[in-house]
Design a protein around this ligand. Structure first.
Ligand code: FES
Ligand SMILES: [Fe+2]
Length: 338
């Protein structure tokens, strides 16, 4: 069952080019997105009310969208403003419009009751062009249910194995040490120290050994906002289990969003980067390349998992102490669905 009363990431803002019509599907709902002349973005149901032709096969005429089957024309608010050869336009001749908001560089869409849509509840994210940061963005399409991708992000112990040559290189701590987990609105927060980490490659300049404070918020439907702060060795011991004070030596940013498309397809949006002073553009390229390789490592495993689950849907999985995050989050999703 889909949860409709929630904000979903529909696209990167830079994907919605003026003058173009974009077809998207989110939770099995076909949508048509386009930019208007005032700089806004509109999302309508991708279905002409006349004979159900996809409006994404239509034509933009200024800020209006014309169905290119029999020519009905719709204003950006979804009301019909023209029926060829007919003066009377019935009130029912309108297309559903979905509430939309831009926060950071993501276009967020509210798939449920419009009266309940409150943009203030959208988690804060960075804009890709924020001059204080250097960020690079990508996306992946998955043949898997979105909750399998969520499970992966809610249990980073897999970094030590699935990413042993990329993100989890030389970091058995990911699998060996459990994070502290606490509830937040529609999600969970994870915090942990990794001590005695030996930076590699261009990170060597940070020192032979550093302590790493990793924290992320994970919010429905799959918004992952992580900060990884590198501190001189000894900071963890001085801070106890709480958040460290002071400026980190290096600050890695990961912002990701999982969007369910259908029961077996999802879209995964991601941005990786640092503060502007932390990294040169060519090093950011490398960071992005390693991250993208790692996300393909996840994709291979998760799509394989989906195939095996579908082969024998009744089989139960073996629970371990690694599963606290995924288990807690699935309970939250079940409660939201109820
Ligand atoms: S289906 Fe759109 S005008 Fe007929
Ligand atoms: Fe991963």
């Amino acid at each position: 069952m889909w949860i409709r009363n929630a904000w979903y990431v529909a696209a990167w803002t830079h994907e919605i080019e003026p003058g173009r019509i974009h077809a998207r599907t989110i939770i099995d709902q076909p949508l048509v997105l386009f930019a208007t002349s005032d700089g806004g973005i509109v999302a309508l149901e991708d279905r002409c009310p006349h004979r159900f032709a996809p409006l994404s096969l239509g034509r933009l005429e200024g800020d209006a969208l014309r169905c290119m089957y029999h020519g009905l024309k719709f204003a950006p608010d979804g009301t019909c403003i023209e029926i060829p050869g007919q003066k009377l336009i019935p009130r029912s001749a309108c297309v559903r419009r979905f509430p939309l908001a831009v926060v950071g560089s993501w276009v967020w869409i509210w798939m449920g009751d419009a009266a309940k849509a409150d943009p203030a509840t959208i988690p804060p994210t960075l804009a890709l062009d924020d001059p204080a940061y250097r960020l690079q963005a990508g996306q992946l399409d998955y043949d898997a249910h979105y909750l399998l991708i969520d499970d992966n992000l809610l249990d980073l112990s897999h970094l030590s194995f699935a990413h042993e040559k990329t993100l989890g290189m030389d970091m058995p701590q990911w699998a060996d040490m459990r994070p502290r987990m606490s509830p937040i609105d529609r999600g969970l927060r994870f915090e942990r120290w990794h001590t005695g980490h030996h930076p590699r490659g261009f990170m060597k300049k940070l020192g032979a050994e550093v302590d790493v404070w990793t924290t992320y918020d994970f919010v429905f439907p799959g918004i992952f906002l992580q900060r990884t702060a590198f501190f001189p060795a000894g900071t963890a011991a001085a801070s106890g289990s709480t958040a460290p004070q002071g400026e980190p030596l290096f600050w890695r940013i990961d912002e990701q969003a999982v969007t369910p498309v259908s029961p077996r397809t999802s879209r995964y949006f991601y941005a990786v980067g640092t503060r502007a002073q932390d990294i040169d553009p060519d090093k950011l390229e490398r960071l992005y390349a390693v991250t993208t390789t790692a996300f393909h490592e996840d994709k291979r495993i998760i799509e394989g998992q989906q195939k095996l689950i579908d082969l024998e849907p009744g089989r139960t999985m073996l629970p371990t102490s690694l599963d606290a995050g995924p288990t807690q989050f699935r309970k939250l999703v079940e409660a939201m669905a109820r």
